[in-house]
Design a protein around this ligand. Structure first.
Ligand SMILES: [Zn+2]
Ligand SMILES: [Zn+2]
Length: 105
């Protein structure tokens, strides 16, 4: 029966097509993950270079809610946090924990 043979062949082709699509998706995903890792490394470097300054007045770090005496200010919003807190924070998000502005990198 030539008809059903064609059907089988088409199903097979569709299967292979899907498989290729899945492979492409996987490759794409892994490139994204790798980029993320690079971005985090880059962000950590930038934050690491920021100098800690004495924070004026009664300030609280919005990440750990502890008092803030020495901290770093993020650009461009100038909100201040502990350096270690920001170092941990940027691994999950590269926005200001307080106002959600994108941090200048
Ligand atoms: Zn803190
Ligand atoms: Zn901010």
């Amino acid at each position: 029966m030539p008809e059903s043979l064609t059907e089988v062949y088409l199903t097979y082709l569709a299967g292979v097509g899907l498989w290729i699509l899945e492979c492409l998706l996987l490759i794409k995903c892994s490139t994204y993950l790798k980029l993320d890792q690079e971005q985090i490394e880059n962000a950590r470097e930038v934050i690491n270079k920021l100098e800690e300054v004495e924070i004026q007045g009664d300030s609280v770090c919005a990440i750990c809610l502890d008092g803030l005496i020495l901290g770093i200010s993020l650009e461009p919003c100038r909100h201040s946090f502990h350096k270690e807190c920001v170092m941990r924070w940027i691994e999950t998000s590269q926005t200001c924990p307080y106002c959600r502005a994108a941090i200048n990198m």
